[in-house]
Design a protein around this ligand. Sequence first.
Ligand code: NDP
Length: 223
Amino acid sequence: MATVLITGANRGLGRELAHLYAAKGGEVIACCRDPGRRGEDILGDVRWLPLDLADEASILSFPALLGGAAIDILIHNAAIRGATGGITDVGFADFEQVMRINAAAPLILTRELRPNLMAGDARTVAMISSRAGSIAEGLDPDGDYAYRCSKAALNMAARKLAYDDPALTVLLLHPGWIKTDMGGPEAELDVADAARGLVRRIADAAPEDSGSFRTWSGERVAW
Ligand code: NDP
């Protein structure tokens, strides 16, 4: 069974993905800012490691914690929403932090973990993006300027990586509007349904899917 590394595994979608892969018999490397505050343990083969995606030193020193272990599937799940209001809420510090965590960190972490991915079999990198970052489809009355821009930037980073590095299968996945802290209680989808769909998309992915942008249920999202 696969070794799966998941960022932001302590709550929300990341936690559900960790739970699903562990329940399927996978070896899960569950990352979060503070493993000491990860909440209830997830049953199965789960190893918790500290990783703060806002902190360059944390990212650059992270591969040493793995000691060359093979990773089959790398799931970039962690993200922040930042200022949610309209144009009057946009500020440099917030914008830069959202871009740092949501777009730059997944790209740089993938680079740092490439040797671990090459030591694995699936060589799959799943970037949890959002339809909110689709320039064609992502317009609705909510503000979320920094968040939308960060996901659009993540989409380009993943597509460029897929183009540059054919050894990897790089997927962009929209998880749906899900009931988590970020999605809120009014969201359409239960987190377990979204996670099951994403696990299926990742399992079914072929090398020719690299650079594609799909929803949890497999439908293509326009750029
Ligand atoms: P949550 O807000 O519920 O959870 C976010 C996770 O990211 C937490 O584990 C959080 O950890 C982690 N995180 C935040 N900042 C950092 C950091 N600096 N370093 C490491 N981890 C960090 O979000 P969801 O579970 O809803 O979202 C998961 C993914 O799905 C995200 O990429 C999101 O953009 C995407 N998405 C979600 C939608 C939704 O409706 N919920 C819709 C579309 C996309 P901590 O507890 O330490 O803050």
